[in-house]
Design a protein around this ligand. Sequence first.
Ligand SMILES: Cc1cc2nc3c(=O)[nH]c(=O)nc-3n(C[C@H](O)[C@H](O)[C@H](O)COP(=O)(O)O)c2cc1C
Length: 225
Amino acid sequence: MNQKLNINNKHYKKADDLESLNMFKGQLYETIVTTQSNEHVKNAAPIGVICKDSNHVVIHLDNCVHTHLNIMENGELIVNITNNPLIFTYSTLGELEDEYFDEFNGFPMIKDSLGFFKAHVIKTIEKKRENDYNDGIGNVVTCEVEDIYISDNNEIVPLNRAMNAVIESLVYYCRFDHKYKDKQDMIWTHMKELNRVCQKVGNESEKESMKLILDKMRETYEYLD
Ligand SMILES: Cc1cc2nc3c(=O)[nH]c(=O)nc-3n(C[C@H](O)[C@H](O)[C@H](O)COP(=O)(O)O)c2cc1C
């Protein structure tokens, strides 16, 4: 069935499986997960999503606060596929503002997502992981995929190093104080190199994202050069 959906003038078509989003079994993809509290306070955060099969994903919640709480509270989420570096950056360094959100059946999603799917939790396991947030207490959550939608606008994106540099830098930022606590000098040197690459080969959003990340690092850790 070829169901169509129009959100914010962007056209989406319904799909049956994760392969339609180019998401394949066993692989982990960097996405933006949107959730809401029972009081309808919305939230967005970058989360790695592992494809278990065509209609199930697994996520590890151990390094986030609101996403973790919301998912434990009501078990609902939307996984958004986007290549917008500023959405990754804003939602990591702070809270994503309202203007970046849209709604799918009353649930928050990211405006202009290239594709997205709604999912609900079917299994939760407590897992202790070394070097993680919250004293290493996390949850491994299996979700069943419900509605999948793909944007009609399939752009060709040639390889470029800048987006990877932004994503790596954001992950370093999130783990600087725990997983990388003993290697902060090395990680900071690497982040500055990623910034150099990004400023050379990136677009304006990627360059702006890297600038925001490095500024935030210098503000948070005053001893950094
Ligand atoms: C690329 C990327 C992937 C991430 N993946 C995860 C993840 O899989 N699980 C997790 O708990 N945190 C992950 N994080 C960290 C959270 O996104 C980050 O701590 C965020 O600020 C949490 O927001 P929240 O407290 O509003 O949920 C990731 C961060 C980045 C930049």
